[in-house]
Design a protein around this ligand. Structure first.
Ligand code: MN
Length: 380
């Protein structure tokens, strides 16, 4: 199966050599403790001994040893693999959405999905004295959900279901395309002169991607307060908190606010893969500073996440069970086959199936030429 997102996200050299492992300091502590333990004959027989200070089990070094045959039994220790937790930085790239410059954090070369999350655009923060920095004319979607979340400013949504919603910080717009929908998104005339937010997409599973489109606006979403900060759960489930936003896969999407001089520690589900993107301020994962405009892939097998900040920070967390369907992304469509893409493009061009967006005063966005199948970026 070809995956055109490969080509779409391909920027030679941007991600070269960015694969590495996170090796916590407790590994070193654990290793010295092991040597010390062996030298002093206190490595226990026949059962697992956790060496080192009482660190979190996922970065502990586990040892199984027999008196006659001391050995490190990595293969028998669930936690040893987790000690080499993935932490892969993927720098985003600048793209234009109309006149608006955005950071496309997903898809990137080498990473197209985080659970069902298949797209992440970061726009702003920016201020403007006039005009409408976001003005995305009517365009179609298929096979996905758009999830829009603001830190500042406003976005006006209009779609082919005749739904209109003014999104403000703290609220959420979720549009489920099903098999076909069209929408427009723009800065409203009455605005604060600021824009700062993200738009994400999730790929719809096979069982849900052929259905009707729908739109949901939430003016408020649940949050969880921790010692070190606040988690605003806009999609799916985090801990025992579930967003009322409609979703179709096991996933999480949350805006993590880390307090000044705080460490926010969150429960994660180890069967999910996760990624984080710093939204403002400065934050660190286990002492490792996060770079701006960079998506960090955290892999699976984590049951908690600790983010610290000295000056305060907001960090986007996305995750979900690894998506077990191979998707094909082209322009604003998520499909499975090139034929579906070709048909969707043809239907949009022929004014079939996707509907119009009458609330938007202006021409719609034409589909890119199919001959350039590999090149067009989504318009969001
Ligand atoms: Mn869109």
């Amino acid at each position: 199966m070809i995956d055109l997102a490969d080509v779409q996200a391909d920027e030679p050299g941007r991600n070269a050599g960015n694969q590495r492992l996170e090796l916590g300091p407790s590994i070193l502590r654990g290793a010295s403790a092991l040597l010390w333990g062996l030298a002093n004959g206190i490595v226990h027989a026949g059962h697992r001994a956790i060496i080192g200070p009482s660190v979190h089990h996922q970065d502990s070094l586990c040892i199984i040893a027999r008196m006659s045959e001391p050995r490190v039994a990595a293969e028998e220790c669930v936690a040893i693999g987790a000690a080499q937790q993935q932490l892969e930085p993927y720098p985003g790239r600048d793209v234009r959405v109309g006149d608006l410059r955005v950071l496309r954090a997903l898809p990137v070369k080498g990473r197209r999905l985080i659970g069902p999350w298949c797209f992440l655009d970061r726009f702003g923060p920016l201020t403007f004295a006039g005009g409408t920095p976001m003005d995305v004319a009517p365009h179609p979607h298929m096979g996905l959900q758009t999830v829009t979340w603001l830190l500042d400013g406003e976005i006006l949504h209009d779609d082919s279901l005749q739904q209109e919603a003014l999104l403000r910080p703290g609220g959420l717009n979720v549009m489920t395309s099903g098999n076909a929908i069209a929408h427009a998104e723009r800065t409203p005339a009455d605005n604060t002169g600021r824009l700062n937010g993200v738009q994400l997409w999730t790929a719809l599973p096979e069982r849900d991607r052929h259905g009707e489109g729908s739109f949901q606006h939430l003016s408020d979403i649940p949050s969880i307060e921790f010692n070190g900060g606040i988690a605003r759960v806009f999609s799916g489930t985090l801990g025992d908190m579930t967003s009322p936003a409609q979703h179709f896969s096991d996933l999480v999407g949350a805006d993590l606010q880390v307090h000044r001089d705080g460490t926010l520690t969150l429960p994660l589900r180890p069967e999910r893969e996760h990624a984080v993107l710093m939204l403002n301020g400065a934050a660190a994962l286990r002492g490792e500073p996060l770079q701006p405009d960079t998506l960090y892939y955290l892999g699976t097998r984590r049951d908690e996440l600790a983010i610290s900040s000295t000056g305060g920070s907001r960090v986007l967390l996305i995750g979900g069970r690894p998506f077990d369907e191979t998707i094909l992304m082209w322009w604003n469509f998520v499909a499975r086959t090139p034929e579906e893409i070709r048909q969707a493009r043809e239907d949009w061009e022929a004014h079939r199936r996707f509907g119009d967006v009458p609330a938007y005063n202006g021409p719609r966005i034409p589909a890119p030429d199919l001959l350039r199948l590999a090149t067009p970026n989504p318009v969001s």
